[in-house]
Ligand binder design. Sequence first.
Ligand code: MN
Length: 296
Amino acid sequence: MSTSPPSPDNAPPTNRPVAAALRGQPAEDGAGVRLTRVFQARAAMNLDPFLMLDEFASDQADDYIAGFPSHPHRGFETVTYMLEGHMLHEDHLGNQGHLRDGDVQWMTAGRGIIHSEMPQQQEGRMRGFQLWINLPAAEKMKPAAYRDIPAAQIPRAELANGGWVKVIAGSTPDANGQIVHGPIQGLSTEPVYLHAHLTAGAPWQTPVPSGHTALVYVADGEVLIDGRTLHQGWAGVLGQGAQVALTAGSEGADVLLLAGKPLREPIVQYGPFVMNTREEIEQALRDYSQGTLTGV
Ligand code: MN
């Protein structure tokens, strides 16, 4: 297990540099959903505890209509953040969750969940993100859990000049320095999940826990960070420092800031199963084929 290095009490906050820039790549998943894979653990370094980030964004029903029919997961968490559109989640526990504009679904697969994620619209725009966050070895076999967080329950930190930050997990200060806390708290990976909507040329700083992996993803517009411009569709993987500091471009920007405490454990992934060893993956495959993945 790791511990974060102590941070000096009296040093000015240091800005996290850009260690690497990644461009999302076109990909297809589910029953034929076209999406942008921003990163995948095997292809990207230093993203622990994050395993994958997808963006789905299309006005064309053919790109999303097939959805993600019934499929399993074990060993990690999935976070779906819907910007526009309507998706229905159903799982073996009997949960039903309608995700609409601005809603979040935080699903802990743990030992096993079998679910479907299906578009509930025949036309129009669908846009959102799915993030996969790893679980520590000690929690990979815990019972599955599921939480819907309606848009109205996601607090917003108001910034100067009309900008704002939606706080899904972790916390961030508003324009008056008041700390706004998100609804997701107390997880081992101590995730931070912020959506910043920045007006043209607006600067934004937010502290991020020392030792956390951190990255920004530019959903719209562009940002200047550490002397580099990141355009729409690019992620910046950040080095260490006390805070993230960036400036929106001339068109403004929408940015996701993701941070989490690294687990520093071996990762063995086979499709929707993410465990620590090959043997555990083989066990997951056996459990799934024998109908005991979820433990019932
Ligand atoms: Mn899924």
